[in-house]
Design a protein around this ligand. Structure first.
Ligand code: NAP
Length: 487
């Protein structure tokens, strides 16, 4: 079940949130500690969905600062108005819980425990305490600093599922995002979603509409295959907007989440066992190799991994950036026998230079830090030229693989200017889709290949690796355009 957390802060705002987002949820929680106003009746009657009344005190991370008796009175009024659930904190004390448990008629009790800051739950003992509290539903929430800490919530949910208990287990903060999406995989009862950006009741809460339509969180189950992007930062990654709709279109029981990883070792030890595969992004593309059982030829050749897939018990690393970039360029011009200039000497440069050489092009690299270009040229057996003395004339294909021109520095001077007439010019930067470098090149007569083409190629290749089925280009293009509007 998906629970919409209505936060107000005014009754009018709260009513608006119900109108805009209750359709994505199965239950609606009213955060009475965050909504100003004393007349609860119109609010609580604003939806036909089952309702939860919560009035979280400040001592449990909420907004209510009045006395305990005032708080309990508010919850009793909500109960008298017929709400289906009341949320009470374990730390409200045995007397309050027993009394609430005894008094309730139709209203069910969610007993919750929240941990903030550096405090972490001792899973076994908090589970035992919550279980013996008389709750109909038990809830554990804590802040996670690293994605691997989310495992605690999953273990809590699994234990509750074994005991046939309804449970909610959430790691708060960006690192806890997967716990808000994957609860059904671990037997959890429900998750909370925000009505809109900026109105989340707790840090890291995912939009209700995304839980329902993007992740299909309520439809996931124990057999769902979990994929995601592993990197840091990943909050602006567009992958969730591509892979999830593709899985849906292909009829796959699979989901794609963001994993903002701090410690790669803990991630591989604690989280990776639950994943069927993942995309890898900065800063881990080179570092992940040591955690894998093998690398395919492309990943070995490039020296970087952007895709991991599980085959039985083995984790295999590959690289879809390399074929993706060259497939994008070769839609305009075959590279075999051509002179290709790669600007940059980072991960994207490595992928592009390796694959262009493999496809029989004469490849040269040029970079701001010449030593890095020299090292890359030696490792890959390609040419090296100085950035300062460079002119475009000699080359058929010019590829920018530096991050120059990338959002937010979109108006930074292009890394190379000059006469690009008759050339094919590629830019790996995909945000914005047409960079200043590409605009200039087009104006001087070049045929251009935007980084979005590489991006959608690499995502489509990943989907083939993850699911065995290749999504169509038209669908990928449409999804990427939509992701641009969403992100
Ligand atoms: P990286 O490994 O960090 O390499 C960055 C490169 O950019 C280095 O060569 C660096 O030069 C150069 N650079 C950065 N700032 C510069 C500046 N102000 N002037 C000149 N050179 C500068 O990053 P990466 O993974 O290769 O990614 C590079 C770009 O490709 C990013 O924009 C990324 O989003 C994009 N990319 C796109 C796709 C796609 O699917 N379209 C896939 C992968 C990457 P130094 O060595 O001198 O620092």
């Amino acid at each position: 079940m998906i629970i919409l957390s209505v936060t107000g802060p005014t009754i009018a705002e709260a009513l608006r949130q119900v109108r805009s987002s209750a359709r994505f949820a199965h239950l609606v929680e009213f955060r009475l500690d965050l909504i100003e106003g004393s007349d609860l009746a119109p609010l609580l009657r604003s939806t036909r969905k089952p309702r939860i009344a919560t009035c979280r005190p400040s001592w449990e991370g909420g907004g209510f600062r009045g006395s305990e008796s005032e708080r309990i009175d508010i919850l009793r009024s909500a109960s008298a108005l017929g709400v289906e659930y009341c949320d009470l904190e374990l730390r409200a004390g045995a007397t309050v819980l027993q009394e609430s448990s005894a008094r309730r008629s139709e209203t069910k009790l969610i007993v919750s425990r929240h941990y903030f800051g550096k405090e972490r739950p001792r899973a076994g003992s908090v589970y035992a305490e919550l279980s013996s509290s008389g709750a109909d539903v038990i809830k554990l929430a804590y802040v996670a600093d690293d994605v691997a800490e989310g495992i605690l919530a999953f273990e809590f949910l699994r234990r509750a599922a074994r005991d046939r208990r309804k449970a909610i287990g959430i790691a708060m903060g960006a690192a806890g995002e997967p716990t808000r999406i994957l609860y059904r995989k671990f037997g959890g009862w429900a998750t909370y979603g925000a009505p809109e950006e900026g109105s989340a009741a707790a840090p890291g809460q995912v939009l209700c509409s995304h839980l329902r339509n993007l992740y299909r969180a309520h439809e996931l189950n124990r057999s769902t295959r979990v994929f995601g992007v592993v990197g840091n930062p990943v909050e602006h990654s567009k992958g969730i907007f591509l892979h999830n709709p593709v899985f849906r279109a292909l009829g796959k029981n699979a989901v794609y989440c963001r994993f903002p990883v701090k410690d790669l070792g803990s991630f591989f030890a604690r989280c990776m066992p639950y994943l069927s595969g993942c995309s890898v992004t900065l800063p881990f593309k080179e570092k992940v190799a040591r955690y894998l059982d093998s690398l395919d030829r492309t990943a070995r050749g490039v020296g970087a991994v952007n895709t991991i897939v599980r085959k039985g018990t083995r984790l295999i690393g590959t690289n879809t950036d390399a074929p993706a970039a060259l497939d994008a360029i070769e839609r305009i011009l075959k590279v075999s026998g051509r002179q290709v200039l790669v600007l940059g000497a980072g991960g994207a440069a490595r992928a592009l230079a390796y694959e262009a050489k493999r496809r029989a092009a004469s490849v040269y690299v040029a970079n701001r830090s010449p030593k890095k270009a020299a090292r890359l040229s030696k490792e890959l057996g390609v040419g090296c030229v100085g950035l300062d003395t460079l002119t475009p004339e000699k080359f058929d294909i010019i590829a920018n693989t530096t991050s120059v021109g990338m959002y937010p520095n979109t108006e930074a001077p292009p890394i190379l200017t000059g006469d690009f007439r008759g050339k094919v010019v590629f830019d790996a930067v995909y945000n914005p889709p047409v960079t200043r470098f590409l605009r200039r090149a087009r104006e001087s007569g070049a045929r251009i290949v935007p980084g979005t083409e590489m991006y959608l190629n690499q995502a489509a290749l990943q989907d083939r690796i993850f699911t065995g089925a290749m999504p169509g280009r038209v669908m990928m293009r449409r999804l990427l355009r939509k992701a641009g509007r969403t992100g």
